[in-house]
Design a protein around this ligand. Sequence first.
Ligand code: PMP
Ligand code: GLN
Length: 385
Amino acid sequence: MPKYKHNIFSKLPNVRTTIFTTMGQLAQKHSAINLSQGFPNFEPDPSLIDLVTQAMKQGHNQYAPMAGVMELREMISEKIEQLYGRHYHPESEITVTIGATQAIFTIITAFIGSGDEVIVIKPAYDCYEPAIEVNGGIPVFVQLNNTDFKIDWEVFRSKITPRTKMVIINTPHNPSGTIFTKEDMLELLRSLENTDIIIISDEVYEHITFDGHGHESASKYDGLASRTFVCGSFGKTFHITGWKMGYCAGPAQLMHEFRKTHQFNVFSADHAVQKALATYLKEPQHYLGLNQFYQEKRDLFLDGLSTSRFKIKPSQGTYFQLVDYSDITQEPDKVFAERLVTEHRIASIPISGFNTKGIDNHLIRFCFAKTNETLEKATEILRKL
Ligand code: PMP
Ligand code: GLN
């Protein structure tokens, strides 16, 4: 390589390799049980794989339509209407994306510019802030309460200014495993009345809620749906995180603007996978069975930890479980998580990096989207700490 050194003004000077990648690599290096990055360690339904193969053999190998294969948009529309009672027009109100990450990035890029404020609820999944900052926006944080992760709506309201353009919510919530209640949704609705603030509702774990709690989609509420992009991910729902397939649904006027950016950002998503998903979604049990499937895994994991020294509030949704390790050690969470890998060969995610000012409450996150055998092996080790 020639030695010329570019003078780069980084738009994202603070961005580092994500904690998910870092912990995943550390797990690999130490042959640890990897409960860090959120992905299933089991295979998707073989019939879904067959459907993709079939679609490829049938010749769906060229560009899909920009907004997505129409049969898939129709199925997404039907699913949302069945579950949440809101009709999104497949033609103008649903777009298929390269995972929820791209939907979120594209929404932010389409609507956020220099000096615009975006309210982000912390701890937050890591893809929101860089997307805001690279577009010149300013993330404004509302920190959730440390004990039950409830939002203080007075504090939330105090953060709204004339420059607030957008709010990002995430329920079921990664990393805390808590969910927004109906009352939370109504508070949100009331807080934004008489504003033009747009909402991103990150609902990628919509089908993973426990103990009979339903999912409160923003699409259920008139006063929210009219200003919201609901973002979904087939990766979470069908155990195919590597296929990177998601979508967003929102009112036509907003979606029209979204597509101006989407068209030149990715143009369109994988054709054969979209064809396959359109067929696979015809059977609602494929997603309605997910709550039970993951509740059994959560319970197996919790049972395995019941005699451990971790303090635990059972996850209400997502495939993540937070645990408080303060009865074991007072080490910072990153130090403890690293030691768990190097000394005990279990990888987790420390939570401080997702909080404002790196607040460390001695919490780490485990992903329980794993085979029962893996979960049993992991809890056997964790019980001994
Ligand atoms: N939002 C949250 C809260 C997530 O946990 C994830 C999972 N990585 C995403 C968005 C991104 O989803 P996708 O893999 O479909 O891009
Ligand atoms: N959503 C996954 C998690 O929370 C991470 C995906 C990623 O590594 N970007 O673990």
